[in-house]
Design a protein around this ligand. Structure first.
Ligand code: SF4
Ligand code: SF4
Length: 193
């Protein structure tokens, strides 16, 4: 009897409590900053062209072979406006086959592809999730704006520069704390070498 009342109490509490589930698709919960959705192409707004140079590395490394691309000469390079000699002419990803592994982003040395927050691209067509370059760039621009995306190589350079700048100060502070010179090293003991 007591156990039945306890069970009823739990049921009543759940009945009057706040719902913990979301009524998808009418209610979309926000995703976390670190959420990894479908890959998109990034746009270099400084030059006015995609970062992608169609080097094909991501295409070769993609485990599901769901990407394709073609390359062309970059007209902006000839005009001296871009450092990219080659650029992407066409690019497509069949998101229906993408397993969101992030390898394409990992292997790209040009900051040209990134895992976005996009995860809702359902369609009734068999091949309806094949996304072409223009759409991938459009999605990329949206993601760059929304997330404040910056090129990972630029961020890494800044990190390395900050570390380098901090090194002499750290060495001096350590040497001062030890009461010696920052460049002084202990003399080798006899027969140590
Ligand atoms: S996204 Fe990166 S790795 Fe893939 S083709 Fe473009 S530049 Fe190469
Ligand atoms: S996330 Fe993985 S499966 Fe999807 S396109 Fe990139 S490499 Fe291919």
């Amino acid at each position: 009897m007591l156990n039945s009342l306890r069970g009823l109490l739990v049921t009543l509490k759940t009945f009057v409590g706040k719902p913990v589930t979301a009524q998808y698709p009418t209610w979309h919960l926000p995703v976390q900053e670190s959420y990894m959705g479908f890959p998109v192409l990034t746009w270099d707004a400084k030059v006015g062209e995609p970062y992608c140079v169609a080097c094909m590395v991501c295409i070769r490394m993609c485990p599901t072979q769901c990407m394709s691309a073609t390359m062309k000469d970059n007209p902006l390079h000839k005009e001296g406006k871009s450092h990219r000699r080659k650029m992407v002419e066409s690019f497509a990803i069949n998101l229906g086959r993408c397993i969101v592994c992030g390898i394409c982003e990992e292997v790209c040395a040009f900051d040209a592809i990134t895992m976005s927050h996009i995860h809702e691209m359902g369609t009734f067509a068999r091949n309806g999730r094949r996304v072409e370059m223009d759409r991938l760039l459009e999605l990329g621009k949206g993601y760059q704006k929304e997330s404040g995306w910056r090129p990972p190589t630029e961020l890494e350079k800044e990190k390395q520069a900050a570390l380098k700048a901090a090194q002499p100060a750290t060495a001096t502070a350590t040497a001062e704390a030890a009461g010696g010179s920052p460049v002084a090293s202990p003399a080798p003991k006899d027969g140590a070498s």
